[in-house]
Design a protein around this ligand. Structure first.
Ligand code: TYD
Length: 139
């Protein structure tokens, strides 16, 4: 997804069921989101410094603040967009080929990430200049 743009990403509503016992949200791979879920990981007890600062070549993700709030900044090399995740029934669909930074975690924030692939270190681009080259934006 070398040609992907920040405009390909969006906040989606996550199905929720509520009654006198509270809320329940559900995400089914391939139904609520456009990929099958092969992996789930979550970030928590994150201090001041930002996380992320990398891009993926193939991986699709849905990021959800299941508790608290955080900011996700996406960058396609030409444009940046910052999304605030602060509700467990809202998720950010992130397409491949974007540089991402996760920061400003509130106290107690948990960021759950549903991923389309198993962990693959070779899918990561961790150097910004290499990322711009990958996007065809460097001489
Ligand atoms: P890292 O990619 O540095 O975190 P961030 O998403 O904030 O950039 O991951 C931290 C460590 O966790 C690193 O040693 C790789 C490991 N890791 C796995 O083993 N499996 C996974 O699915 C993920 C996301 C990370």
């Amino acid at each position: 997804m070398k040609g992907s743009s920040v405009d390909d990403c969006k906040i989606v509503d996550i199905r929720k069921f509520s009654d006198s016992r509270g809320y329940l949200s559900v995400i089914e791979g391939g139904l609520d989101i456009p990929f099958e879920i092969k992996r789930i990981y979550y970030l928590y007890l994150v201090p001041e410094a930002a996380r992320g600062a990398h891009a993926h070549k193939q991986l699709q993700q849905l990021m959800v603040a299941t508790s608290g709030s955080l900011h996700v900044t996406l960058d396609d090399g030409q444009n940046k967009k910052t999304f605030v995740l602060d509700k467990p029934w809202k998720g950010l669909l992130v397409v491949p080929g974007l540089w991402r930074t996760l920061e400003h975690f509130s106290g107690g924030a948990v960021c759950m990430v549903l991923a389309s692939e198993k962990y693959d270190a070779d899918d990561y681009i961790r150097d910004y200049k290499t990322f711009l080259e990958y996007k065809g934006l460097c001489d």
